[in-house]
Design a protein around this ligand. Structure first.
Ligand SMILES: [Fe+2]
Length: 422
């Protein structure tokens, strides 16, 4: 009798277990072979009339791209027939500064991704708004927070100042880079430059750089942008890149000229004297208004001969020790990104930290672009030991907002200690 009861109980339990796990096993069996995105669609190589939408699938696949002009509600489809894992749909014939909705559908599985993008502006009278981010590299969690925050500001496009991935970038590193930053990169086309950690052929696998060179330029609204390679191509006077850059910056008719590159001519530990000596005289000669660099993992702004040099390497990597130079007017050791709005007459830059707070801002007026709008300030956040100017001289900063008369002998600025809470 006991045996019969035990057998009934065992059979009953078996049926229950089967009923519980059967649907799950069927679901897994159904989903496991399905092709999905391993890199969600991201935007690049944008112009006034074109853009590239790129993605990577988990296996070879075909896809369909749809996009429409919102104002006209006309739907355009582009079929991608090549059967490999990585695809780019190059879309042409678009209108300047128009917003488009797009959708990428993986034919074999039906997986889809929906986003929007905006083409670049053509007219000098157009107002443009873009983000700047640098040195995302290895801390994906921090980078994702910065990217999500930047994404919420809805930029037209984003400049990346180099060191996108860590240690030359394995395929997994690149998948992590695009996926951690997807909220930003799926809505704002990226314009990158090479950093010293980007020495990978995969850079060109994932980016369609204009002219297939590591230096390039483009226009958006009233601004001419020039991307300079400071690591893998010669840039000194007489080099092909220098010759190109000089001609490029002299020939543009745009009201504003912005140069972006990885190595900072004026920064903290990463200051690159060779770049300063080779390129800054050219920037002054041709009238560059703003130079954006990365490499130092912090925010730093210097003004030299009327040009604002901004270091913005706070996109994710471990923060660096701040070291002001004689030209430094703002210095903040925090993860951050930049918001920049440009019109025909003004450029407004704001540096936003990972908590969404503004840590520096300034406005350039075309009629008087050399005038800084704020007093010099240093924020030595989260740092007690601060190495000042020459090696071997350490100064301990107390955990309060203080003014040190010692410093005022050399320069009129205030040193403020920032705890992690403020
Ligand atoms: Fe770097």
């Amino acid at each position: 009798m006991n045996n019969i009861k035990f057998r009934k109980l065992a059979i009953g339990l078996s049926i229950i277990i089967y009923l519980i796990f059967w649907p799950l096993s069927e679901l897994n069996a159904e989903n496991s072979p399905k092709i999905h995105f391993t890199i969600d669609p991201y935007l690049q190589n944008a112009s006034q009339n074109s853009i590239a939408i790129c993605w990577k699938g988990s296996n070879e696949h075909t896809a369909l791209v749809r996009y429409n002009l919102i104002q006209l509600s006309s739907v355009i489809e582009k079929k991608i027939n090549e059967s490999n894992q990585f695809h780019c749909a190059n879309i042409t014939g678009l209108h300047p500064q128009n917003e488009y909705r797009y959708e990428v559908i993986l034919n074999e599985s039906g997986y889809n991704y929906v986003g929007t993008f905006k083409t670049l502006a053509d007219s000098d009278s157009s107002k443009i708004f873009f983000n700047v981010i640098g040195d995302t590299r290895d801390d994906l969690e921090t980078y994702k927070k910065i990217a999500d925050l930047a994404s919420s500001t809805k930029p037209d496009f984003v400049l990346h100042l180099g060191d996108l991935t860590e240690n030359e970038g394995t395929l997994k590193d690149w998948e992590d880079f695009f996926n951690a930053g997807k909220s930003l990169l799926s809505q704002a086309p990226i314009f990158p430059v090479l950093g010293n950690h980007d020495e990978s052929d995969k850079y060109f696998d994932f980016f369609n750089i204009p002219n297939n060179k590591t230096w390039y330029s483009f226009n958006s609204g009233p601004v001419h942008f020039a991307a300079v390679d400071t690591y893998f191509s010669a840039y000194a006077p007489g080099s092909p890149q220098y010759e190109w850059l000089e001609k490029d910056l002299l020939s543009t008719k745009k009201p504003w000229k912005i140069v972006f590159m990885h190595a900072p001519p004026y920064g903290s530990a990463g200051t690159t004297i060779e770049v300063r000596d080779a390129l800054c005289p050219l920037f002054e000669k041709v009238g560059v208004h703003l130079v954006l660099s990365g490499h130092d993992h912090l925010y730093q702004r210097s003004i030299v001969n009327g040009i604002n040099y901004v270091v913005s390497g706070g996109g994710g990597s471990a923060l660096a020790n701040p070291i002001p130079g004689a030209e430094t007017v703002a210095l903040v050791k925090k993860h951050h990104f930049l918001k920049i709005e440009a019109t025909e007459k003004t450029i407004q830059l704001s540096a936003i930290d990972i908590e969404g707070k503004e840590i520096d801002s300034f406005r350039l007026n075309l009629s008087s672009p050399q005038t800084p709008s704020i007093s010099p300030k240093y924020y030595l956040c989260e740092s007690f030991i601060y190495k000042f100017y020459s090696p071997g001289i350490d100064i301990r900063i107390l955990p309060d907002s203080i003014k040190l008369p010692f410093f005022t002998l050399f320069k009129n600025f205030t040193i403020k200690y920032c705890s992690s809470k403020n």
